[in-house]
Design a protein around this ligand. Structure first.
Ligand SMILES: [Zn+2]
Length: 297
């Protein structure tokens, strides 16, 4: 089963510049392609302690922006909100899949320093530590950061666009289910690039708005499933995500087809790759190599 290879969406003449404030752009037009004729869909499912803003769907490129892009009620600004279920606290139970994620990573890059953005209770930090990585985590929730620190992990309050770390610190930057929480995609990607070493590896996992479970009637999609919750601010197709990354000069990295591991690892990974290749999985895992040269961003 070959890993997915993504063709970046083409840059349109109307596309915002990489320096624009996309929270402002989002109110007028699509933050990826710049199209102004977007369709508005309510999120009928209300699963947060605050009202869910409507979605604005761009039929031209398939990108979704929240009609309230700043959303004073988002995860990014509401740091005291604990978004994860109690299961996340059971670090030891989450270690197995976290360990599997590191096996895939180690097939692409040597063991070194690792930043987890959206580190939650710290399962990736702990699993990485046990495999010899120097790990640091960042999360918007003060409660999960305190929990991770009580367990001896190096976790800090911060966000996608504000990581408390010096420039060019990490060999790997890992952001699993976080990039969809901030409308300022270029700002978020550039923050990852700032704290990553030149040539560092970046992992971004996010809901796949073009996957089979998430295509079809947009009005129905807007209120469907866990991936359409109140605290998501944008939803990418893999092609649009690749377009954002390509504009910053990031190179897509393809996972190696074969990675060694125990039988359960093989089952876990085959299932994951099959889901992505067939677009049956509702999320997509993408890997990127940062530019080797430091720019003046
Ligand atoms: Zn668009």
């Amino acid at each position: 089963m070959l890993p997915l290879r993504i063709t970046p969406a083409a840059v349109t003449p109307e596309a915002p510049s990489v320096d624009d404030d996309l929270a402002v752009v989002a109110r007028e037009r699509c933050t990826w392609c710049g199209w102004a004729e977007r369709q508005r869909y309510p999120r009928p499912r209300q699963d947060a302690p605050w009202p869910s803003p409507d979605w604005l769907y761009c039929e031209r490129c398939g990108f979704w922006n929240s009609a309230d892009p700043l959303g004073g009620d988002s995860l990014v600004t509401n740091g005291s909100y604990v978004y994860e279920s109690n299961y996340g606290r059971r670090l030891r139970h989450k270690l197995r899949t976290a360990d599997y994620r590191f096996r895939v990573l180690e097939a692409m890059t040597p063991v070194g320093s690792f930043l987890d953005i959206g580190s939650s209770y710290g399962s990736m930090l702990l699993a990485g530590q046990q495999r010899g990585w120097r790990t640091m985590g960042v999360d918007t929730s003060a409660e999960v950061v305190a929990f991770a620190r009580q367990h001896g992990l190096d976790a800090h309050e911060g966000s996608l666009t504000s990581v408390p770390a010096a420039d060019h610190t990490f060999d790997v930057v890992h952001a699993r289910h976080v990039i969809e929480h901030d409308v300022n995609t270029y700002r978020a990607l550039r923050e990852m690039q700032r704290v990553g070493k030149p040539g560092a590896l970046v992992m971004i996992e996010t809901p796949d708005a073009a996957s089979r479970p998430h295509t079809g009637d947009p009005a129905r999609q807007a209120g469907q499933g866990f991936h359409w919750t109140a605290w998501h601010r944008v939803l990418f197709t893999p092609e649009v995500l690749a377009g954002f990354c390509a504009r910053l000069g990031w190179q897509q990295v393809t996972e190696p087809e074969r990675v060694a591991g125990p039988p359960h690892f093989w089952l876990w990974r085959t299932n994951k790759l099959w889901g992505e290749r067939t677009r049956r999985a509702s999320r997509v895992v993408t890997w990127w190599r940062l530019p080797a040269e430091v720019t003046d961003d």
